[in-house]
Design a protein around this ligand. Sequence first.
Ligand code: MF3
Ligand code: CO
Length: 247
Amino acid sequence: MGIITGGDIDLMKESGRIVRRALDEMISFIVTGVTTKEIEAVGREIIEAEGATPSFLGYNGYPAAVCVSINQEVVHGIPSVNRRVKDGDLVSIDVGAYKDGFHGDAADTVIVGLADPRAMLLVRTVYEARDLGIKAAKSGNTLGDIGSAIQKHVEAQGFSIVRALVGHGIGRKLHEPPQVPNFGRAGRGMKLAEGLTLAIEPMINIGGYRVNTMQDNWTVVTADGSLSAHAEHSIVVCGCEPLILTA
Ligand code: MF3
Ligand code: CO
């Protein structure tokens, strides 16, 4: 479990800053016609130029530095020279960076060009839900308070929360305990302590919550083919407002 103190917070901030920069540059790079492999290259170059390494590359055999997941793809889309983003696509980018012993992890979702209003609401809702989850991540609160805040907001909009994948502790390892579900009941689960470092990452679908993994053994897609969006920040739990490392 990543409980962080003193100078280690500065190291986590540095990893978070690099993740943010890579994510921002990849998102600015997206236009109709670019391949997901080209998007990955932009992120990878920044991470390496910052003296960091991509956290995902080689993780459980994952073959790339970032995940790019489009439309009904929920997460873990593998960048490809054959996949071009097109007008109206909903594109999620997930990236992690490792430097001086610590990981950062974040994801954003954007829509390319002219967007469908329902897709726009989905994207807005995933950011709002993530930020409500972060707000609930105060010391003294519980994991259930985070999940409940996220779930309530998403379901109030008529969307569903993916259950098969969850957020996680983060620090010296990319994935540490505890698991951070994006659903649950307020007051339940582990109590949050000051200094606990978490990646909070709701994945939400327009249709049902069920997902499948594709033939490539990585890409997670919605079972009903509906659109999905993902947003993630790495944070540190504090007594007051959590510190967002990837803001
Ligand atoms: N942000 C995701 C996560 O926290 C991506 C990591 S999956 C990887 O689970 F295998 F590609 F690294
Ligand atoms: Co993560």
